[in-house]
Design a protein around this ligand. Structure first.
Ligand code: SF4
Length: 442
């Protein structure tokens, strides 16, 4: 055993956070000690993200500043940078952060303890930017806990084969690799033993789970295996993200017939215009999306549909933007995350002509958000008087709150509940964009 301490700083998505948890376990198994104080650590690990240019630049300047500040106090910890941004920038990142001793991409992160040992022994910089290959098995057990100890994020795939024209992820994570089914089932067992009440299966495109393992309709196989093994347990299963290209009615049917699967589908549309969807290389049409949404609404009327949307993609005309507004009116999304298109060098869309002025993109975003907010208000008022079940996951100040299976948050004006409890409530009012409820005893 060693007394050498380490600290991990993580940028980006839940998947990245989950990988940091995994790396922390690998480091601990190799005798290192995890600490919360960055200033005292002997090894600093930075798990980086490349999705947005602005956020990437901010991460680089944070790392530079951390090293500079530590060096001023005569501390010289070993600096390890890994993850999507190192994979994307490779030697350009090494040049910009000369104080880092180990810079590696997304592939060989399990070897970080060996890289540290090699660096310590040979006193040389270690660089490794091999992209994972499709034959490299993704068998990282472990999951990401949330602070309230209610929800656990469990990656089931890593990487992406889709190459949407605006996205860097396939370049930074390599091809999709699915975690073996038996590992996922063992992870779920562990999560339940640890007392979690909600498990969120994570992947860039969960619907294509198993394609790389030669499993036909692998996501259905996985969901059915989870149902068979755990249908008597008291927890909810969610999954993120569903890709409309690969989402199938059979997945909706499994959710419908399950007692543990939450009635919520995060199905990013990105644009309502066929012309823009094609330029984005999304692999589906507006009509295909509408048919999927209709199938969900008809077969699971109480389910929520969430989405992501990008405005101002290169060449997006007013007509294209109107198509996006129209699809918002047609689907009546229950949740939406909206973004202004931000161009990312190295992607196919970066080369496209007709980049819109920022002012126009902002105007469209504002318009879209207003339309979504108007619909949201109507949807909230429709909740008043409804009875539903919620999973209590927040107790703050004088209020408790929980989420319904379709991911709607409901607030309760008291704290006589326990985190993780599932209770029946009736919605009594909506106020300032929030729903308030009361406990129903029978
Ligand atoms: S599906 Fe498209 S947007 Fe999502 S990670 Fe893959 S390439 Fe990126």
């Amino acid at each position: 055993m060693t007394n050498t301490t380490f600290f991990i700083e993580t940028y980006g998505c839940q998947m990245n956070k989950s990988r940091s948890e995994h790396i922390a376990q690998v480091m601990i198994q190799n005798g290192y000690q995890l600490i919360e104080d960055k200033k005292r650590a002997d090894i600093l690990l930075f798990n980086t993200c490349a999705v947005r240019e602005h956020a990437s630049e901010k991460a680089i300047s944070n790392i530079q500043k951390t090293i500079k500040d530590l060096n001023k106090t005569s501390r010289y910890p070993i600096i390890v940078i890994f993850g999507c941004l190192s994979q994307f920038l490779k030697n350009r990142l090494v040049q910009r952060v000369p104080g880092a001793q180990i810079v590696i991409g997304t592939s060989n992160i399990d070897h970080i303890p060996q890289f540290i040992e090699e660096h310590t022994r040979k006193k040389k910089k270690i660089l490794d930017f091999n992209l994972p290959s499709s034959s490299q098995v993704f068998d990282e057990s472990g999951y990401l806990r949330n602070s309230s100890h209610i929800s656990a994020y469990l990656p089931i795939t890593y990487g992406c084969d889709n190459f949407c024209s605006y996205c860097v992820v396939p370049y930074t994570t390599g091809p999709q690799r699915s975690k073996p089914l038996r590992t996922i089932l063992t992870d779920i067992e562990k999560i339940i033993q640890d007392g979690y009440k909600e498990i969120i299966l994570l992947g860039q495109n969960v619907n294509s789970y198993g394609l790389d393992l030669d499993l036909k309709n692998g996501f259905e196989v996985l969901l059915q295996a989870i149902e068979q093994n755990f249908h008597n347990s008291s927890f909810w299963i969610r999954f993120l993200t569903s890709h409309p290209k690969d989402m199938r009615p059979s997945i909706v049917d499994i959710v419908k017939n399950s007692s543990i699967m939450a009635h919520y589908f995060h199905l990013p549309i990105q644009s309502g215009s066929d012309r823009i969807l094609s330029a984005m290389n999304r692999g589906y049409t507006r009509d295909h999306y509408l048919k999927l949404a209709k199938y969900i609404r008809q077969n699971l009327p109480d389910s929520g549909i969430g989405t992501d949307m990008i405005v101002g993609f290169p060449g997006e005309t007013e007509r294209d933007f109107l198509d996006t507004l129209n699809i918002v009116q047609e689907v009546h999304f229950d949740q939406a995350y909206t973004y202004i298109y931000s161009s990312r060098s190295g992607t196919a869309a970066y080369q496209l002509p007709d980049h819109l002025p920022l002012a126009e993109k902002k105007k469209r975003l504002q318009f879209l958000n207003q339309t979504l907010s108007d619909i949201h208000q109507i949807k909230l008022s429709n909740w008043v008087g409804k009875k539903t079940k919620i999973l209590i996951d927040q107790i703050e100040g004088m209020n408790s709150s929980g989420r319904t299976t379709d991911n709607q948050r409901i607030y309760l004006p008291n704290t006589n509940f326990i985190l993780g409890q599932v209770i029946s409530v009736v919605v009594i009012k909506t106020l300032k964009g929030k729903l308030y409820g009361e406990l129903v005893l029978s």
